[in-house]
Design a binder for this molecule. Structure first.
Ligand code: 5GP
Length: 112
């Protein structure tokens, strides 16, 4: 069965898309936790960070670099946060890896 994010990638579910290339899709989070909150999702449906393999190293770097470039394009040059939740204890709810990018507000530590 396709993941929720594969359905967004395939345009079966609408989303506010920011960027797309052959490897990733970036779109605004449906429940934003900051003035800027978007997700960078690989088109390859890797379930959790634990499922990444050696073969995915370039893809993982591409996700991070895309997050940085889009954060700057969306006005987060003063700072932003990236988050990847892994499994239940990590707070993951959608089992298709994704990088959250949050910006344009003060972030705090430790996170909840
Ligand atoms: P997780 O909790 O797995 O780290 O993050 C999943 C994120 O996906 C949440 O921030 C949630 O708001 C977002 N999300 C869930 N369903 C949808 C949807 O249908 N569209 C969009 N754009 N975001 C979604």
């Amino acid at each position: 069965m396709d993941t929720l994010f594969t359905k967004i990638i395939n345009r079966e579910i609408p989303a506010k898309i920011i960027y797309e290339d052959d490897q990733v899709l970036a779109f605004h989070d449906i429940a934003p936790q900051a003035p800027v909150h978007f997700l960078v999702v690989p088109k390859k449906p890797v379930r959790t960070l634990n499922d990444l393999t050696e073969d995915d190293k370039a893809l993982a770097g591409h996700i991070l670099f895309t997050a940085q470039r889009l954060a700057l394009e969306l006005g987060c040059e003063e700072g932003f946060r990236v988050v990847m939740n892994c499994n239940e204890l990590g707070g993951q709810t959608v089992y298709h890896i994704h990088m959250h990018v949050l910006g344009q507000r003060q972030m705090h530590w430790p996170p909840g």
